[in-house]
Design a binder for this molecule. Structure first.
Ligand SMILES: Nc1ncnc2c1ncn2[C@@H]1O[C@H](COP(=O)(O)OP(=O)(O)O)[C@@H](O)[C@H]1O
Ligand SMILES: [Mg+2]
Length: 254
């Protein structure tokens, strides 16, 4: 089995708090891996460690066959990231931003230009002209961030809550692009706290809660009936009276 991401005891501690508590991830090449968990479970911290934004406290990881600690540049060249806080340069237009990213990856200028035009047109942003990214809506920022993550044709794409705060049209466009990335044989690692997104898109699922990976496997293994809810609630645990609802809403006398 060739794993695209493999971690051993990957851990991150912030002060007294263990955000990620020794996780062993196995992400197969070509899979669309959904990393699902409630808010604060450790999803973004995991992505930040895997993409070299923060260092692990303990443990190790291999991405695309390279050791994360020893070969960070080889990894960075081959991955794309849409981070949680998009960090676009605010005083650039969409084209200028993609031009800068293309230079960073040392793509020939003509390749950057051609790919930028194609990405912007596909994402419905071809006519943003001189508008600076600081003036963009949240959805436009997210789409531009996706374009920047794709411009060097990465083998492995990381997306942290890519559909958060996105309208239905932008969301459909992003979904189509992601399907193409997978059809090309590349791998996607996506985090979400929303079951339906993972159900709709992912071939593989990892469930994280309190910094620990509780379940991991193919979608069919984790959700035999095609629905993740039971597996998720079982793994994460609901409040004790989740089924009872609000007493006063059920009382016609009030
Ligand atoms: N830079 C940080 N400093 C201190 N605590 C942090 C930091 N980043 C994340 N945490 C804490 O780590 C836990 C996991 O956070 P995060 O990985 O962002 O969760 P998720 O993305 O699953 O919502 C949370 O309790 C969060 O408050
Ligand atoms: Mg997060």
């Amino acid at each position: 089995m060739s794993y695209c991401i493999e971690t051993h005891g990957l851990t991150r501690v912030f002060g007294q708090h263990t955000a990620v508590a020794g996780i062993d991830l196995r992400v197969e090449k070509g899979s669309f891996y959904g990393f699902l968990g409630p808010n604060g479970a450790g999803k973004s911290t995991t992505i930040k460690m895997l993409t070299g934004i923060i260092a692990p406290t303990r443990g190790d990881a291999r991405l695309l066959g390279y050791d994360l600690q020893r070969r960070p540049l080889e990894i960075k060249r081959r991955i794309g990231v849409v981070p949680e806080d998009l960090c676009l340069f605010e005083n650039l237009t969409a084209r200028e931003y993609l031009g800068f990213i293309g230079q960073m990856y040392r793509l020939p200028r003509a390749v950057t230009q051609a790919r930028s035009e194609e990405l912007l047109s596909l994402l419905g942003m071809a006519d943003t002209g001189k508008t600076l990214t600081i003036e963009f809506s949240h959805g436009m920022k997210k789409k531009l961030s996706l374009a920047a993550a794709l411009i060097h044709d990465p083998e492995l794409l990381f997306l942290d809550e890519p559909f958060e705060g996105i309208d239905a049209i932008a969301s459909r466009t992003i979904r189509r692009v992601l399907e193409q990335v997978i059809a090309r044989g590349n791998t996607i690692f996506l985090t979400s706290h929303i079951l339906e997104i993972v159900e709709r898109l992912c071939t593989h699922v990892g469930i994280i809660a309190d910094g620990r990976v509780i379940r991991q496997g193919s979608f069919a293994e984790i959700a035999p009936g095609g629905r993740l809810e039971d597996a998720f609630v079982q793994a994460v645990g609901g409040p004790p009276d989740a089924g009872a609802g609000l007493s006063w809403l059920g009382d016609p006398g009030l």
